[in-house]
Design a protein around this ligand. Structure first.
Ligand SMILES: Nc1ncnc2c1ncn2[C@@H]1O[C@H](COP(=O)(O)OP(=O)(O)O)[C@@H](O)[C@H]1O
Ligand SMILES: [Mg+2]
Length: 221
């Protein structure tokens, strides 16, 4: 499903190249559930953003579903990812001007799903995550944990084939965190590929493979 070859990412800081990712080579098969671990600043978010086409490397190739991603024109490339990938952001990235309901609905509008079907899907998500009572609130009226739940609901609403989740349980209490991991496991058993960044050994155990990043390099695969 995913193949990264010789991926490099760097920033020019004060005239010197600072590497964030160094020669990343990685294959991910459809149906895997992968946990990326590593210290803060090791490049985990950058790698996940590249996988989700939210960032581009300075060197290297990326094949997603057999497509040579960087050979595609930007519109084709966006289409390839938009309908198939659900991204859970470390910092939620909810739209402040939209209610909880509207935030969850947004990816479905991009997917051209009809109004009645959208209502059914959003209703199901609100139910599933126990946030029906919050549907008309705006993100700034929610706690960090609640915003994270909404971010997860939004990522799942479009029935993606690939879920990319950046520390999805970082702001949840232990019960909520466990519920989210069980849900991921269930989705994975239904065929959804999952790549999560986590600091928790316990959460990493829900997956079938752990990838360790250190100073922008893969340590063990
Ligand atoms: N725009 C930027 N300019 C310079 N350095 C950056 C920029 N964005 C990220 N970095 C650096 O890239 C490194 C990796 O960041 P990140 O992928 O967020 O790590 P992690 O998610 O593992 O904590 C960090 O050292 C960070 O400071
Ligand atoms: Mg990060």
């Amino acid at each position: 499903m995913i193949e990264l070859k010789h991926i490099f990412k760097w920033y020019n800081v004060g005239g010197t190249k600072t590497f964030v990712l160094k020669d990343i080579n990685l294959r991910i098969e459809q149906g895997e559930f992968i946990s990326i671990m590593g210290p803060s600043g090791s490049g985990k978010s950058t790698l996940l953003h590249i996988l989700g086409n939210l960032d581009t490397p300075d060197e290297g190739t990326y094949h997603f579903l057999e497509e040579d991603v960087y050979a595609l024109k930007s519109r084709k490339r966006a289409e390839l990812f938009q309908s198939r990938v659900g991204f859970v952001f470390q910092s939620y990235h909810l739209i402040d001007e939209l209610t909880v309901y509207e935030n969850i609905e947004t990816p479905l509008i991009y997917k051209n799903i009809s109004g009645s079907e959208r209502r059914a899907i959003v209703g199901d998500m609100l139910d599933r995550f126990g946030i029906v009572g919050k549907k008309d609130l705006f993100p700034n009226q929610l706690s960090g944990g609640q915003q994270q739940i909404v971010g997860i609901a939004r990522a799942l609403a479009g029935s993606p084939n690939l879920i990319l989740a950046d520390e999805p349980t970082g702001n949840l209490n232990s019960q909520q965190g466990e519920d989210v991991m069980k849900l991921f496991k269930q989705l994975n058993e239904e065929g959804v590929t999952i790549v999560q960044v986590t600091h928790s050994e316990k959460n990493a155990e829900y997956g079938n493979r752990i990838i360790n990043l250190l100073d922008g390099q893969l340590k063990k695969d």
